[in-house]
Design a protein around this ligand. Structure first.
Ligand code: NAD
Length: 491
């Protein structure tokens, strides 16, 4: 690269910024380069890191905005969300491109994710004028008794990098419509996209202090955020290790929290499954977004009667997958998101080559790219306790297990500390119903991939996948409010 080219590429680089009380602040507690996971020779931008002082500033801004924001009518708050939706829709292509370059999700998927964010904003905007609460008959005469939902106050929102637009919005939109204000700490690997979203909020005229963005490392600003300021609630999505630590901290402070965490999702294929439809859905569940979805299919449990024909069809399908740079519209999967992800996922790939039978491996990415590419891999021949079967890999690696019948398949499906999503593939309605009853997961599905959530339906996991509350749909409105029981006597 010539000096001139280098200078012009530096000037087009994106810089993260904090947005606190409507002010833009470039924090100076450290900085690091953001490289494009599709080609690590390319710098996308610079991350400017915050410290505890920015968290305290955000607390003050969120607290002072709360007084007026919580008193607005639901309709007025809804108007704000409608404006955010329109502004995001107008910038959808640009946001999707930046996110693809920052964390490696293929552009076609990323565009869909941004539009889901737009829909989430519109869905919750409409909640501003919907009925909530109930009239409860009093046992005394001349008393009107009713319940109403009231906001919690200042909510801390901590998000991961794998859905850099949808997850923040499925938390921020319901928090705001319910009358809360927000301090948002995005993942390091999605902070440029978070900055762009905050810029869009500012352009759309969102009241200063209602959302406050603080960019930084979880290990550094997580402590101040959770322990040094007076948060009223926390909504977290990320790993089980971080989530359980956050849950402990919030429980000690007796503030409301929700933690949505890891998964080790199973797809069960019965002998009567329609392979033509089943195989593409399983491949999509396992390998879209390079397997970096909490709901990704990472265990495939196959009934003996169909084992050979299923694995043959799966092997062929995996051999045709296109692993390519995230901005390639033909990419089925892109790179994994970061150097850390590359190292962790590759350690599981190595384990698979050492301990398992390799059933299938997808083609490599083009050689002129230096990115965090990991070829899709399907392994088999492991016992049910093996780390590849039990631990969340969060990459393009799936393992196949054989089950003699439906009963054994469900037992294997439930043999996990996680319980986020589970799918069954069958044409038998009785087995379909039994699976929906017996699978221990927050999302149970038949003839659908384990990944894929609809914003109007509750979402969350069982066991170590979640703190057992639910996000999205109407369930989110319960989390971001608490109930007051009101009674008034008239004379
Ligand atoms: P992570 O736990 O490393 O980080 C998540 C967020 O927590 C980031 O913003 C991070 O900076 C912050 N954080 C880290 N340490 C912290 C601390 N001590 N205090 C406060 N905040 C801290 O997870 P990740 O690598 O970003 O995301 C991948 C994980 O997220 C996977 O396990 C995946 O299954 C899970 N996930 C779950 C869901 C779900 O809805 N269940 C959805 C997406 C991702």
């Amino acid at each position: 690269m010539s000096l001139k080219q280098e200078e012009s590429s530096k000037s087009s680089m994106v810089h993260s910024r904090n947005w606190i009380g409507g002010e833009w602040i470039v924090p100076a507690a450290g900085e690091c380069a953001v490289v494009n996971p599709s080609d690590i020779r390319e710098e996308v931008g610079v991350l400017h890191l915050s410290d505890a002082s920015h968290v305290r500033q955000a607390e003050q801004a969120a607290r002072s905005a709360y007084a007026s924001w919580s008193r607005l009518t639901g309709a007025a708050r809804g108007e704000h969300l409608h404006r955010l939706a329109a502004a995001l829709e107008a910038r959808a292509a640009e946001v999707a491109r930046l996110a693809s370059m920052e964390m490696g999700k293929p552009i076609t998927e990323m565009r869909g994710e941004v539009m889901r964010g737009v829909n989430l904003l519109r869905y919750y905007a409409a909640e501003g004028v919907r009925a909530s609460g109930a009239v409860i008959p009093s046992s005394e005469p001349d008393v009107l008794q009713y319940s109403r939902k009231v906001p919690l106050g200042v909510v801390g929102i901590i998000t991961p990098w794998n859905f850099p637009v949808a997850i923040p919005l499925w938390k921020i939109a319901p928090a705001l419509i319910c009358g809360n204000t927000v301090i948002w700490k995005p993942a390091e690997s999605a902070s440029l996209t978070a900055t762009r979203l905050a810029e869009i909020f500012a352009e759309a005229g969102l009241t200063p202090g209602v959302v406050n963005l603080v960019v930084g490392k979880g290990g550094k600003i997580g402590g101040p955020l959770l322990e040094q300021i007076a948060l009223d609630a926390v909504s977290f999505t990320g790993s089980t290790a971080t989530g359980t630590h956050i849950a402990e901290t919030c429980a000690k402070r007796n503030i409301k929290y929700q933690t949505e965490m890891g998964g080790k999702n199973a797809a069960v294929v019965l002998s009567d499954a329609d392979l033509e439809h089943t195989v593409p859905l399983i491949v999509s569940g396992a390998f879209r977004s390079a397997g970096q979805k909490c709901t990704a299919t990472s265990r495939i449990i196959v009934e003996s009667g169909i084992y050979d024909s299923f694995t043959e069809a799966l092997t062929q399908a995996v051999s045709r997958l296109k692993l390519a740079p995230a901005l390639d519209p033909e990419a089925y999967l892109g790179p994994v998101a970061s150097a850390g992800q590359y190292e962790t996922v590759n350690s599981y790939v190595q384990l698979a080559w050492e301990h398992a039978e390799i059933l299938a491996q997808g083609p490599a990415a083009a050689e002129d790219r230096e990115g965090y590419y990991i070829r899709p891999l399907v392994a088999a021949g492991l016992n049910a306790e093996h780390p590849l079967i039990q631990e969340e890999i969060f990459g393009p690696v799936a393992v196949v297990l054989e089950a003699s019948d439906f009963k054994e398949a469900v037992a294997l499906c439930n043999q996990s500390v996680y319980g986020l999503s589970a799918s069954l593939f069958t044409r038998d309605l009785s087995f379909a119903h039994r699976f929906l009853d017996e699978a221990r997961a927050g999302m149970v599905r038949v003839n659908q991939e384990t990944a894929g959530v609809e914003y109007q339906a509750p979402f969350g996991g069982m066991k170590l996948s979640s703190s057992h509350s639910r996000e999205q749909g109407q369930a989110a409105l319960d989390f971001y409010t608490e109930l007051k029981t009101c009674a008034i006597r008239y004379f």
